[in-house]
Design a binder for this molecule. Sequence first.
Ligand code: ATP
Ligand code: MG
Length: 406
Amino acid sequence: MINDKENVFIVRCGETALKGQNKPWFERMIVSRIKKVLSGFDGVTVERADGLIFVRSPLSNDRAEVLKRAGRVFGVDSISPATEINISGMTADEVINEVGKAAVDFMNGIIAERGVKTFKAEAKRGDKMFPLESPQIAREIGARVLKGCRVLKVDVHDPDVALHVNIRRGFAYVYDKKLSGFGGLPLGTNGRGMLLLSGGIDSPVAGFMMSHRGMYIDAVHFHSYPYTSERAFEKVKELAGILSVYCGGIHIHSINLLPIQEKIVQNCPEDETTILVRRFMMRIAEQIAKKEDCMMLITGESLGQVASQTAEALVVTDSVVSMPVMRPLIAMDKTEIMRIAREIGTYEKSIEPYEDCCTVFLPKHPVTKPKLEKILRSESALDVEALVAAAVESDEVTIISPQDDL
Ligand code: ATP
Ligand code: MG
């Protein structure tokens, strides 16, 4: 997919461009993140220049992998593999000749690769001191390509290839592809959140979405060992591993909820089991979040998806915590959530059939419109504080380091 002519990757930062005075800071965050995800490669340089980021990698590296990793850094809007031409000290005529030659080479490469027949040339003059204006540059380079690549014809409306030429101070660039990144904001620009991570489809997507807005993520996972298996927890760790590619390292706090579930089953109405368990989950998650300097809780809930996610149930669940609860999937359909899960690579792992603590004591007819007063009455049969404290005390931490092999 990347040929030897494409000796540089031009990275464009999306929304970061809107950040006014903070723009350099956001860009520097993106640069340092790109450097981090490419630290395993030799000789890579990452450089910021006039609103763009240039990634240069020796041809000996697996540059498809370099491209893939840089492309999933949050804040990256798009990337173009390009030919870079050093034009410093050249006259305008020399520049046009050199860039023209490079464009012919570049297009010949594409013709051999993809058998294209039509093209149009588009130019941008990043260096406003350059004497030719953009349309003139496009015309000059287009004419040279037509001459140098006999099989090509110009089609300005629906070309097989749009050849882009960008003349900047000291360097010129020729490229055709613009590969989309995830956009968003660079990791580390928006605090830290505690994700309630199950083994399902939704919660990994929720974590991804918050991280996509610059938030570092830690996770809490509830299990009901021995009703839930070691293997079920392995699956959660693997999901966190996939997320870490985007979100950086993740600490998973695992909590055995079984003692609390047993107390609820023994002392409270059966149809309220799920909502009562969820209130405990939120309380415990909040305590751990505070300890870990997380500012928010994050769940994969979506309005109306199941009994515990009706509007009434969410209000009753939320009322036990004071920390804001982020639900990035709240208004999304399952099909859309599944699409994102596939895109980020968590879907196949999520659908592996392992038990979840929520399914261990599933009531036959869960309440869908719980009343807070009634729930509070049921909870008064429990020593809530002591149960939460014991659960928090039993926290076991697993550190997931960023793994870069999807
Ligand atoms: P998911 O696909 O993420 O499992 P779901 O559609 O199965 O979500 P629920 O099981 O009702 O929905 O869970 C709603 C949310 O509660 C999850 O997205 C997650 O944030 C949290 N949650 C559920 N089970 C657990 C668990 N075992 N540990 C941690 N959080 C959980
Ligand atoms: Mg679930």
